[in-house]
Design a protein around this ligand. Structure first.
Ligand SMILES: [Zn+2]
Length: 488
């Protein structure tokens, strides 16, 4: 009886502690003052973005299929629209059409900063062209949106960086730290043999350049409205990106005619292999940045949600379990497994001599491609499988959240709008910035445009468009960021 009483008392104490923790779990007041006014020219940006979209700078894995004249015209357009940038900075063309602008700082002993963007866009599927409300390469501005390929990915970001540099020069600003603007030409081509970003990073490395910070695409500012739980603009700053690796797994068997089959053909054995792989998912973990992300959201949440977020130390296993059941959430906490392609015999009456399946793994930072191969071997009971590496890219390193660059991004966003909440996150796809790891430890993937999730989904799809109302804050952000980061 006494034991039961003690247990009940402990339980009660525990409940009280978690509830109290949640009640007092609030964001620290930052004491931020509102930002000083920044002069920007939204109309000019809109006109220049509209015109930038008109160049069909479409990249292709096969560089002989690229219309290089479009890139040349785009470069001429940049020269014409940004005369001060072109007068003040030195420009080096790298590879087929990548551009490095160097804005020399007054103190060469300090590490430089780099602003990244890619000039290329993905093609428009001819089947879907009729579904566009406005043509994809005209840059229509209907007052509410700028329409077209690249409006979101990422001529918006590129033009905003150029506008900011032009405006700062016009105001007579002179950087202390050198500023590089690196414009790639084939970010959209995965595993391109002529990778513009890689060539630019190697060029800088050869010059002995070290970068204090790199800012590239990746995150955005997303309104997060869940009634009664949270109401904020979540500014996700990508501090790492997942890797991707493809393995082909094959099982061999005797071939022959299908009229005299064994109980299991090679394809039948392969089915067991696939089942083993799918049933042995990678372990879910909560990296520090996911913990930080939840903590940041928790501090802005209303009471019941805060109860969970502020007791993560206790509820972590439960939260992880729930997250693994929701694919988009699961992708944040574990290396994902997707069996995507399979092959048996080429004829319906021929037994396959070999059956194979291709599996795409999206790796977490810290999980290497060879870890994946080992995981496959461990998970599959059939030891007579053949594992073939096809193509892959390691996950990136994780950039810190206590660097000057991260703190600057956070402060600029949160001071610009008290609803903005900056949190680190993991980028699912790849970006050009990945190539800069040798010369920079502080790589951030963030585009300061406030857009809805629905609009983000138009990227690479039909009706890609940028909301005009997101422009002023983004322009102010870039101008302030470049000034702060390069002035000391
Ligand atoms: Zn992009």
């Amino acid at each position: 009886m006494t034991v039961l009483f003690v247990i009940l008392a402990l339980l009660l104490a525990f409940i009280v502690i978690t509830l109290v923790r949640a009640a007092f779990y609030k964001e620290k007041k930052t004491g931020y003052e509102p930002l000083e006014k920044e002069n920007t020219d939204t109309e000019r940006f809109l006109k220049n973005l509209s015109d930038a979209i008109k160049f069909k700078t479409i990249s292709n894995y096969d560089s002989s299929l690229v219309d290089w004249a479009e890139f040349e015209k785009f470069h001429a357009f940049l020269r014409e629209r940004y005369p001060l940038v072109h007068k003040t900075m030195s420009i080096t063309e790298i590879g087929e059409a990548s551009l490095i602008y160097k804005w020399e700082g007054s103190d060469p002993s300090l590490d430089a900063i780099a602003m990244l963007a890619h000039q290329d866009v993905v093609p428009v599927d001819s089947q879907t062209e009729k579904d566009w409300e406005n043509p994809p390469f005209e840059g229509v501005n209907d007052g509410e949106f700028i329409w077209g390929r690249g409006a979101m990915d990422m001529k918006n970001h590129l033009i905003a960086v150029m506008e900011s540099a032009e405006a700062l020069i016009a105001e007579g600003y002179k950087p202390v730290r050198t500023v590089y603007i690196c414009l790639g030409h084939n970010e959209e081509v995965v595993a391109s043999p002529d990778n513009g970003a890689k060539a630019m990073a190697q060029y800088l490395e050869k010059q002995g350049v070290k970068l204090e910070a790199v800012l590239d695409e990746g995150g955005a500012i997303l309104p997060a409205e869940i009634k009664g739980v949270v109401s904020c603009n979540l500014a996700g700053v990508g501090i790492a990106e997942k890797g991707s690796v493809n393995y082909r797994i094959s099982v061999s068997a005797k071939g022959g005619h299908s009229s005299q089959p064994p109980k299991h053909t090679a394809l039948g054995h392969l089915a067991n292999v696939i089942r083993d792989i799918e049933n042995h998912q990678f372990k879910a973990v909560m990296p520090d940045f996911v913990y930080d992300l939840f903590t940041a959201i928790g501090k802005r949440s209303s009471y019941p949600a805060r109860l969970v977020f502020c007791n993560l130390w206790l509820l972590k296993p439960l939260v992880l379990k729930v997250m693994t059941k929701i694919p988009p959430a699961a992708s944040l906490i574990r290396t994902c497994t997707a069996v995507t392609m399979a092959q048996g015999s080429p004829q319906f009456n021929v037994l396959p001599q070999k059956a194979s399946a291709t599996v795409n793994f999206r790796t977490m930072p810290g999980v290497t491609m060879s870890d994946v191969e080992e995981h496959i071997r461990k998970s599959v009971k059939n030891k007579n499988i053949e594992i073939e590496f096809l193509v892959g890219k390691e996950a990136s390193k994780v950039s810190p959240t206590d660097s000057r660059a991260f703190k600057t991004i956070k402060e600029l966003c949160e001071r610009a709008d008290s609803k903005n909440l900056v949190a680190p996150f993991l980028v699912m796809g790849g970006t050009d910035s990945y190539n800069y790891e040798n010369i920079c430890g502080n790589i951030y993937r963030f585009s300061p445009f406030r857009v809805s999730t629905g609009l983000l989904l138009c990227t690479h799809a039909v009706n890609e468009r940028l909301p005009v109302e997101s422009v002023p804050q983004a322009l102010e952000f870039f101008k302030r960021y470049i000034r702060i980061m390069s002035s000391k």
